[in-house]
Design a binder for this molecule. Structure first.
Ligand code: UDP
Length: 375
């Protein structure tokens, strides 16, 4: 039986990038994944000539030139720019929060007027914090109102966030909302990063390029025969759930998952944008993704007669489907720390990625971490 330098458990972005780097260093890798295909949550399926992001929309963005050049050396990326629109009770607002949003919300047209309105709105949160004798927001609600004021919080944040996380904004950590920029210019580009895009030809090309030269086995569950797989390599790169790796000995970490309701629609252009967020609590889904807009721009949208959309429903992960978002509250953070202490003592196991590090990771930092690792 062939012996490998690395057994890589999980063919998602961390595992595939690690495999690529290891192979470049002349190492032999075996990559196993329990799903029938590689790519983890980046996996796309072609439907009606459109790459459908089967496990949720992924938009690559980074300011790290090395990371950008690296992924582009595997597959060229297009010029997609993420500009989601929020739909609140049938009215549309641009995201991230910028002069367009402030105009739509308050009919203010200059940065000065918008700033005055924001200051007035923020005062409430700042006064509440002063009264409580704290100098930083204690939860997501306080953070949101301190950042953007009550109007936007109530209309564009509260319902969406409570649907996404299944928890009250007062019970969620402030850092989640810090991802959202506030801009005093008319700029609907969601990300602040210097580079963003989607691989031309879809994410499967990126993953396939990263995995080239590695031995890959899909539909192969590490936990079904752990001793066997562990014996096949000198070192193990584990990208699955860290609590499962340790047989849940301290308890189970919580995750949110997403259920996708896909629909093929007999129209070339359904919503005119890749991402529309439904921010009111009454609409059961959080957002609607129209996949063709990630790769077909302008007139090219009409080259394909049909379109594919997915409605995203966010629910608590119960073990039956795929875990998506770690829930980084106090309980889970403390539990993860216990597992991390065990992981740090391992000599032949590397833990990496969203599930093994229990971290709300974007794609680029995953690639960056692997590029900075010794292989
Ligand atoms: N968010 C919100 N309203 C929106 C979009 C985002 O309140 O219309 C908040 C929400 O709390 C969410 C966080 O911003 O959890 C981060 O959202 P983002 O879309 O950046 O995260 P993703 O789910 O795409 O990783």
């Amino acid at each position: 039986m062939k012996h490998y330098d690395y057994l890589i458990v999980g063919a998602g972005l961390f595992g595939a990038t690690f495999a690529y780097r290891a192979r470049q260093a002349g190492k032999r890798c075996l990559v196993i994944d329990k799903r029938p295909q590689v790519g983890g949550n980046l996996y796309c399926e072609e439907m009606e000539g459109i790459h459908v992001h089967k496990y949720g929309a992924h938009i690559f963005h980074t300011s790290n030139k090395e990371v950008w050049n690296f992924v582009n050396s595997i597959v060229e990326f297009n010029r997609y720019t993420n500009s989601p629109v929020a739909n609140y009770k049938g009215k549309l607002y641009n995201l991230p929060f910028n002069m367009n949003t402030f105009y739509q919300m308050w009919q203010v047209t200059t940065p000065k007027e918008a700033q005055a309105k924001l200051d007035e709105q923020r005062r409430e949160a700042l006064e509440a914090m002063q009264q409580a004798g704290v100098d930083a927001p204690r939860n997501l609600e306080e953070q949101a109102i301190a950042l953007i004021g009550r109007d936007i919080y109530e209309m564009l944040i509260k319902g969406y966030t409570e649907k996404q996380w299944g928890r009250k904004c007062t019970e969620l950590p402030a850092f989640i909302i810090k991802r959202l920029p506030v801009r005093m210019v008319y700029d609907n580009n969601y990300f602040n990063d210097a580079y963003q895009g989607i691989p031309i030809g879809g994410y499967n090309k990126l993953i396939d390029g990263l995995l080239e030269g590695a031995d890959v086995k899909t539909s192969t569950d590490f936990f079904a025969d752990r001793t066997h797989w562990e014996s096949m390599a000198d070192k193990i790169v584990f990208t699955g759930k860290i609590d499962e790796y340790y047989d849940y000995r301290y308890g189970t970490l919580e995750y949110r998952t997403v259920r996708f309701e896909e629909e093929v629609i007999d129209t070339p252009n359904y919503q005119g944008n890749a991402v529309v967020n439904y921010t009111e609590a009454e609409v059961p889904y959080t957002r609607v993704i129209e996949h063709k807009h990630f790769e077909h721009f302008g007139e090219a949208v009409y080259n394909l007669k049909k379109t594919v959309i997915s409605r995203e429903y966010s629910t608590e992960w119960k073990g039956e489907s795929e875990p998506f978002y770690p829930v980084n509250n106090d309980r889970n953070t403390a539990l993860y720390e216990q597992y991390r202490t065990l992981a740090e003592q391992e000599e032949r196991v590397i833990f990496g990625g969203r599930l093994a590090e229990y971290k709300y990771y974007d794609m680029a930092p995953i690639v960056e971490r692997v590029l900075n690792m010794e292989v």
